[in-house]
Design a protein around this ligand. Structure first.
Ligand SMILES: [Mg+2]
Ligand SMILES: [Zn+2]
Length: 196
């Protein structure tokens, strides 16, 4: 008897995953949710699974986007998709040597820390290989949702690929693939077992 094992949190890439990818977008008017994003988030929130955003915004380092523009775009994302429990944002670029820009694991680790969960209990959802590498490096479960921008080798290398955000939430909330069986039977509870 295994309980459906819910994740500690689901961490979403922003561009190309939650909203359409408009490179270096600083215009809130151009924010457009991806199909199924609102409902996927609503299902997770109803299930009391924390949701967060882990996003590379190198446009700030490149000077293509001001921090204020970025904040306004993020505010629009919350206006359209509801509040997130955490935002972890890397404003650096390749070559800055930061530890947060995906594929580094820093954003996943930071978001998990803010939410007070282990990265190992997090699911990272993204549209490119960098997202999956960050997940792997942090010890999280990565689920790739390919778009037209996703490279074939990124799909081939992904540990798990979903059709869309609806499929992601189906997988996450009815998880049969989780590596750790939860101890949830009444006898186990009576014996004071816990999965923590
Ligand atoms: Mg993306
Ligand atoms: Zn960074």
């Amino acid at each position: 008897m295994f309980e459906k094992r819910r994740p500690g949190a689901v961490l979403f890439d922003r561009d190309g995953t939650l909203i359409r990818d408009v490179p270096y977008n600083g215009d809130p008017g151009r924010v457009e949710p991806m199909p199924g994003a609102l409902e996927a988030l609503a299902r997770l929130r109803r299930a009391e699974v924390p949701v967060a955003v882990v996003t590379n915004q190198s446009g700030v380092a490149k000077g293509l986007l001001s921090p204020d523009d970025m904040d306004q775009v993020n505010a629009k994302v919350e206006e359209l998709l509801g509040p997130f429990d955490a935002w972890a944002i890397c404003v650096h670029d390749d070559g800055d040597g930061c530890t947060c820009r995906k594929p580094a694991p820093g954003l996943v680790i930071r978001a998990a820390a803010v939410l007070d969960v282990s990265p190992r209990d997090c699911v990272v959802v993204g549209d490119i290989g960098r997202d999956m590498e960050a997940a792997r490096a942090a010890g999280a479960r990565g689920i790739l949702v390919p778009t037209r921008q996703t490279l074939r080798e990124e799909i081939q290398q992904a540990a798990e690929v979903a059709d869309d955000l609806t499929d992601v939430v189906d997988r996450v909330l009815s998880d049969t693939g989780g590596p750790v069986p939860a101890v949830s039977a009444p006898w186990a509870r009576a014996m004071g077992w816990s999965r923590w």
